[in-house]
Design a protein around this ligand. Structure first.
Ligand code: CO
Length: 313
């Protein structure tokens, strides 16, 4: 999943522990399997709900947990679409879909994405973000700067005649933090900040539109923002459930309609609304480039440690 805000990265002298490294690598191996599985089964005319559910069930089968809901964003949507409960929307032959998946082991996250289409007209657009990721991977070494990464991504995508999405970026990964510092820009920039001793994701987006995304009104993904006292019993139950199950990681509204949460559908909806109204939750609206445009995405996760950078998925 992508980072849509820019934060200043402060260099802290915290080195990764061996156990952390092992968990990242394990999460990465599982995600490799999941991605292979997803690429094999996804076909036009499947519903987004069917696709997301199958992927999330496979994550559970591999004894990992989703680090965020599977994002299945269509056409001019760059990120943050995940199906609603009983969602009938389908992936069709005309569409280009971004499949963004995160898994975690004990909070240590691997994050990766690919674009898929059964319309050959989208091949070049898909290739643009893939090549941008590949070219960045080629130059990755400890001490590489955010400036060098952004320049490579932008130049590669522009050479295809598309625009990189300027307000979406790669990001650091930390325990139970899908978007940790630093923000890794997808465009040319002068940052001399170096990549060192962190887990991180590189995720170029190529667009035929403005190269800039805006929030839509549709929201299906949330995460805990601030724990505040809430008045109703149901809202308190829901907040406790979210804290226990997802901690600070993003979750899908459809995940809340489950037996463990002893509320019916109507009660859950109201409780969720109350938590939003009280400012307990951060919302992740679907992010879109302009109407009629198309967006592709490629993403992989890496570990920089011991003077090396390795790709984990
Ligand atoms: Co990401």
């Amino acid at each position: 999943m992508c980072d849509s805000c820019s934060t200043v990265y402060e260099d802290e002298e915290t080195l990764m522990k061996e156990e952390e490294v092992e968990n990242y690598i394990k999460a990465g191996k599982i995600l490799q399997k999941i991605i292979k599985y997803a690429k094999e089964f996804i076909r036009p005319e499947q519903t987004l709900l069917e696709i997301a559910t199958k992927i999330e069930e496979k994550i559970a089968k591999e004894k990992a947990s989703p680090a965020f809901p599977v994002n299945l964003s269509l056409n001019n949507e760059a990120a943050h679409r995940t199906p609603a409960k009983d969602d009938a929307k389908k992936f069709t032959k005309k569409d280009i879909m971004k499949v963004d998946i995160g898994v975690h082991i004990d909070g240590y996250i691997a994050d990766a994405a690919f674009s898929i289409s059964y319309n050959k007209e989208h091949n070049e657009l898909i290739k643009a973000s893939k090549e941008a990721l590949r070219n960045t991977e080629k130059i990755l070494k400890e001490g590489i700067t955010l400036g060098e990464i952004g320049k490579t991504i932008e130049e590669t995508i522009r050479a295809f005649g598309f625009k990189p999405i300027a307000n979406l970026s790669g990001h650091g990964l930390a325990q139970y933090e899908a978007h940790a510092e630093p923000t890794i820009p997808n465009t040319s920039n002068k940052s001399t900040l170096e990549i060192k001793d962190i887990a991180f994701a590189i995720e170029p987006f190529a667009s035929t539109g403005n190269g800039y995304v805006r929030d839509s009104h549709e929201v299906q993904i949330y995460s805990i923002d601030e724990i505040k006292p809430v008045r109703s019993k149901h809202a308190r139950n829901l907040l406790n459930f979210i804290m226990e199950r997802f901690k600070t990681l993003p979750f899908a509204e459809r995940w809340l309609y489950c037996e463990e949460l002893k509320l019916n559908e109507f009660q859950t909806k109201l409780a969720l609304r109350e938590l939003i109204m009280h400012g307990c939750l951060k919302e992740y609206p679907i992010l879109k480039d302009i109407e009629g445009s198309l967006v592709s995405q490629a993403e992989a996760s890496f570990l920089a440690f011991n003077g090396e950078i390795i790709r984990i998925v």
